[in-house]
Design a protein around this ligand. Structure first.
Ligand code: DAL
Ligand code: ZN
Length: 313
């Protein structure tokens, strides 16, 4: 069979080489951008792009939806701040996503999927440190109806005083947020459970949970502020930047949210150092949120009167 070889003119070959170089350059730029975004996501900081409308001194204005006030790791849910259930809340079963360093009560215990990843890291670290993997997550996300049942059962079985101190009325439980867990201890040999009282080796959680973004939410000495009694078993995810500050300054979430109100966008921002990084965090009242034009940041509603921005410096 005869084959015909067609020699392309040198000019066309040069043109093709140029196109290839440009394509490679574009691919390189896209790869770097994707890599930077992966790093930002890993740090929990992502850039919001919707609704950008103006520039101001290195900051831009974002108009947030009021509904987003309930969303984010700093949403405050307590007896004064009910949870307004959004139409869609992404949740995952801990059972499907967990590692082997802890137990979960059953397949119905759900949480925000990102929080499960942090829970895995927390439990793995505890297991490595103590050689013990018997912590059991017994409660996570609760629907309004779940909380109603708990509340009613508690009233019947334990009475009004206990219920007021330890069980949030339906709609007012932090468990609605998908960011909170209750822990217990499960003895696999006997099949028996024990209350998580934070004593002995479990005290590790109070010293170290912040490194994984969790805080003890209802401490005895904060009862007057939180409105609830001592709950050594209830932990709340707020992200490691905020958890580190809250731990260092012994602040519960109510106190921290109030402190952030004293650091508005147009005032002095709160600086938080964590490892080799520094973050600036500040409060934007209402739905007009100013964020850095460049760099990575996270926005969280406070479930009350505005949004909190945390920017990596
Ligand atoms: N035990 C906590 C306060 C709740 O019921 O949400
Ligand atoms: Zn709880």
């Amino acid at each position: 069979m005869m084959t015909t070889h067609i020699k392309r003119p040198a000019k066309r070959r040069g043109h093709k080489a140029l196109v290839n170089i440009l394509l490679l350059l574009a691919l390189g730029v896209i790869s770097v951008l994707i890599y930077k975004q992966i790093l930002a996501d890993a740090a929990g900081l992502t850039s919001e792009k919707e609704g950008v409308s103006a520039d101001e001194d290195g900051f831009k204005l974002i108009k947030m939806d009021k509904e987003k006030l309930t969303q984010g790791e700093l949403a405050l849910v307590n007896k004064e701040h009910p949870y307004d259930f959004p139409e869609h809340r992404e949740l995952a079963a801990i059972f499907d996503q967990k590692n082997d360093s802890y137990f979960v009560r059953d397949k119905n215990v759900r949480l925000d999927p990102d929080v499960i990843d942090h829970m895995n890291d927390l439990m793995e670290a505890f297991c490595k440190e103590t050689g013990v993997g018997d912590v059991n997550v017994v409660s996570g996300y609760r629907t309004y109806e779940d909380q109603q049942k708990l509340y009613d059962d508690s009233l019947t079985e334990k009475g009004r005083d206990y219920t007021d101190e330890y069980v949030a009325p339906p709609g007012f439980s932090e468990h609605h947020s998908g960011l909170a867990v209750d822990l217990s201890i499960y003895h696999i040999q006997t099949g028996k459970s024990e209350e998580f009282d934070g004593k002995g080796k479990y005290g590790w959680f109070y010293e170290n949970a912040w490194k994984y973004g969790f805080v003890l939410r209802y401490d005895a000495n904060k009862s007057k502020v939180t409105g609830f009694g001592d709950e050594p078993w209830h932990f709340r995810y707020v992200g490691e930047v905020h958890a580190s500050y809250m731990k260092e300054h012994d602040l519960c979430l109510e106190e921290y949210i109030n402190l952030l109100r004293e650091h508005p966008y147009d005032g002095e921002h709160l600086k938080i150092s964590l490892g080799k990084k520094t973050y600036e965090t500040y409060f934007c009242k209402g739905t007009d949120v100013r964020v850095p034009k460049d760099g990575h940041y996270a926005i969280s509603g406070n479930n009350a009167d505005g949004f909190i921005v945390t920017a990596e410096m």
